[in-house]
Write a protein that binds this ligand. Structure first.
Ligand SMILES: Nc1ncnc2c1ncn2[C@@H]1O[C@H](COP(=O)(O)OP(=O)(O)O)[C@@H](O)[C@H]1O
Ligand SMILES: [Mg+2]
Length: 322
C-alpha cells in the first residue's frame, strides 16, 4: 500500500442519537426514535477526507468491545485505512445526542478510550511521510501535540481544528500548527484565552460584526501561518500574513448542521491536495463538502460525497491589506 497522503489523529465515538419532539425535563421520560453510528471529530474528519478522495489513515483509540468492533468494520466497509489502539481497560467512546423537532441538539460525550490515546500509539512512519497531518482536541492532548510535532519536523503540513475547546488546552500546541481551523465560538474562546488581560472579552456576536481587516488582525494573535475561521452559513474566512479572503458558503437547504465543521476540514484537506495547495480553492472545496453534509439528515457528519470533486469556479487571490 502506498503511504497515506493525509493522517488524521483523533477521537472515535459511537454516536447514540435520539430524535424527540422536545427535550425531556429533569425526571421526565419521553419516547424517541433513535439511530446509532460512527462519530467523533477525528473519525468524522478522516472519513470526510477519505470520501473526498485523499488517501487517508485514521489513528484512534477504542475499547475491546462491540462498539470498537463496529468501528473497525465501518472503516473496512469505507475502504479507509485505520490504525487502532485498543485499550482493554476502557470502553469505546460514546456520545448521547438528543435532537428536538426544531433541529437543536444537546450532546454528552464520554471520551473513554480516546483519552488514553498515547504517543506510543502514533504511526511514526506514516506521520513522517504524510503530506498533511490533522488533529483536534477531542482525544488525548499530549498525543495530539506529539503527532503535530513529528509531522512538522518532517515537513508535513499540520492542521489543528481546536475543537472542542477545553480547560486543559495549552496554547503551546500552536507552535506546531501550520493551519488553524476554529469555528466562530472556538475562535472567540482562543482569543479570550490568549488575551486574558483584555477587559473587554470578545463575543461571537461581536466577531460576526467585525470588519474583515480587524478579523484578519485578530487572526495574527495566534502566531500561526494560516488561520481559517469557519462561520457557519456565512462560509469561512482565510487569514495569512500577506492577506485575507472571505469565502462564501454554498446556498443549500440545510437540514442538520451537526458535523459541518468536520466535513469542512476533510473537504479542505482533500482540496489542498487536489488543488496544488491553493488555500482559497481548498477552502471552497471544504465549503462544498460541508454544504453537502448539511443537506443530508441521515448522514449528519458523515459527510462528504463519495469520491470525485465538485467543480469549483476559479478563486480570487487573497486581499492584500494596504
Ligand atoms: N447552513 C449552511 N449552509 C451551507 N453551508 C454551511 C451551513 N452551515 C455550515 N456550512 C458550511 O460548513 C462549514 C462549517 O460550519 P461551522 O458551523 O462554521 O462549523 P461547526 O460545525 O464546527 O460549528 C462552514 O464554513 C460552511 O462552509
Ligand atoms: Mg457551527
Amino acid at each position: 500500500m502506498p503511504s497515506p497522503q493525509v493522517v488524521v489523529v483523533g477521537s472515535y465515538v459511537q454516536d447514540l442519537c435520539f430524535y424527540c419532539d422536545s427535550f425531556p425535563r429533569p425526571g421526565e421520560t419521553l419516547t424517541a426514535t433513535s439511530r446509532t453510528g460512527p462519530g467523533g471529530k477525528g473519525s468524522n474528519q478522516a472519513v470526510a477526507t477519505g470520501r473526498a478522495g485523499a488517501r487517508t489513515l485514521y489513528v484512534g483509540a477504542i475499547g475491546a468491545d462491540a462498539f470498537g468492533r463496529e468501528a473497525k468494520a465501518f472503516y473496512r466497509a469505507e475502504g479507509i485505512a485505520a490504525k487502532w489502539a485498543v485499550k482493554p481497560t476502557q470502553p469505546t467512546g460514546t456520545a448521547a445526542i438528543m435532537v428536538d423537532a426544531a433541529g437543536q441538539n444537546e450532546i454528552l460525550v464520554c471520551l473513554a478510550a480516546n483519552a488514553r490515546l498515547a504517543k506510543a500509539d502514533l504511526p511514526l512512519k506514516a506521520l513522517r511521510e504524510a503530506e498533511i497531518v490533522i488533529t483536534q482536541l477531542e482525544a488525548n492532548l499530549t498525543a495530539a501535540a506529539a503527532a503535530l510535532k513529528i509531522a512538522r519536523e518532517n515537513d508535513a503540513l499540520t492542521v489543528l481544528n481546536p475543537a472542542p475547546m477545553r480547560p486543559d488546552f495549552k496554547p503551546s500546541i500552536l507552535r506546531y500548527v501550520d493551519i488553524l481551523i476554529p469555528n466562530e465560538s472556538e475562535f472567540v474562546e482562543l482569543i479570550n484565552r490568549l488575551q486574558p488581560d483584555n477587559k473587554k472579552k470578545l463575543t461571537t456576536a461581536a466577531l460576526m460584526k467585525l470588519p474583515l481587516p480587524q478579523l484578519h488582525q485578530l487572526c495574527g494573535t495566534f502566531g500561526v501561518p494560516v488561520v481559517i475561521v469557519t462561520l457557519g452559513e456565512r462560509g469561512c474566512f482565510i487569514s495569512r500574513a500577506d492577506g485575507y479572503l472571505e469565502v462564501p458558503a454554498f446556498k443549500v437547504k440545510s437540514v442538520d448542521t451537526t458535523g459541518a465543521g468536520d466535513a469542512f476540514v476533510g473537504g479542505f484537506a482533500a482540496g489542498l491536495l487536489a488543488q496544488q495547495r491553493d488555500l482559497a480553492a481548498a477552502a471552497r472545496h471544504g465549503c462544498a463538502v460541508a454544504a453537502l453534509s448539511v443537506t443530508d439528515p441521515k448522514h449528519r457528519a458523515l459527510h462528504a460525497p463519495r469520491r470525485g470533486h465538485p467543480t469549483l469556479p476559479p478563486t480570487k487571490p487573497l486581499i492584500h491589506p494596504s
